[in-house]
Design a protein around this ligand. Structure first.
Ligand code: FE2
Ligand code: FE2
Length: 250
């Protein structure tokens, strides 16, 4: 659906002004304002390609994870997101005609949850935007940050990149990075699927770089967790693994 660009920008800015303070603290576990902005950028791109209405798509991208917080984490974040969406739509009259789409998009944004059939393109686009940002360099960085925050061990001692086991998501952060590969199956729009190869290549580059250095430097790095290991790798080898996980968001 075509809408005047300046109106879109204005409404989306209003939404952002109402919720940005909720996103900012969540940078501590990798879901800060950068995740919102990247998902929004992908959402706008996919909305155009999929002929989805960009008005609810942009609003929902700014709302979907606004319900996350430092104490409850992911628990009930969708229900809180829907509550916030109701408050925001009530405060911004221009969202009135698309408010139901905003609520539905927030409700179904998580790729880990099942998706009822026959969803409108706006819902699919928002879900794909969140999922695509959880993949590739951005997804690896979010996963590492989250793992460090919850103090999850970085990797299995004998199979660090989870190449010969089923991922143990609660046990090792790099097992979660392995799990990110399965997210590609959750992408449902054609334009979203077109972005998958680049995302997988970024994940491959991180894992290959990590494994090479782990094999060479394991003795010195075995007990270092999360970002520390990336920093340490950089100190030991300039242009090391940290460069491979998305310099633009550092
Ligand atoms: Fe979420
Ligand atoms: Fe998210």
């Amino acid at each position: 659906m075509k809408r005047p660009k300046d109106l879109l920008q204005q409404v989306h800015n209003q939404v952002w002004d109402l919720v940005k303070h909720l996103w900012a603290p969540n940078a501590a576990f990798g879901h800060g304002t950068d995740h919102a902005h990247r998902a929004y950028a992908i959402g706008m791109r996919l909305a155009e390609a999929e002929s989805a209405d960009p008005l609810p798509v942009g609003a929902a991208c700014y709302l979907m994870d606004a319900g996350l917080d430092l104490t409850a984490g992911r628990r009930n974040h969708i229900a809180r997101g829907i509550e916030l969406a109701r408050e925001v739509c009530a405060a911004i009259p221009a969202l009135g005609e698309v408010s139901e789409l905003v609520y539905m998009a927030v409700a179904h944004h998580e790729a880990d949850n099942s998706l009822p059939p026959l969803q409108p393109p706006e819902v699919l686009v928002v879900r794909d935007s969140d999922t695509l940002d959880r993949m590739g360099s951005s997804g690896v960085r979010m996963t590492l940050t989250y793992g460090t925050w919850i103090k999850r061990p970085l990797h299995h001692p004998g199979d660090p990149c989870c190449e010969h086991r089923k991922p143990q998501l609660d046990s090792f952060t790099l097992d979660y990075v392995r799990h990110l590969y399965s997210l590609k199956d959750a992408i449902s729009t054609q334009s979203g699927r077109a972005l998958i190869p680049a995302k997988l290549a970024e994940q491959d580059a991180f894992i290959t770089g990590f494994r090479e250095r782990w094999e060479r430097l394991a003795g010195r790095l075995r007990y270092v967790d999360g970002f520390d290991i990336v920093d340490k790798l950089d100190q030991l080898e300039p242009n090391g693994a940290a460069d491979r996980i998305g310099e633009e968001y550092r």
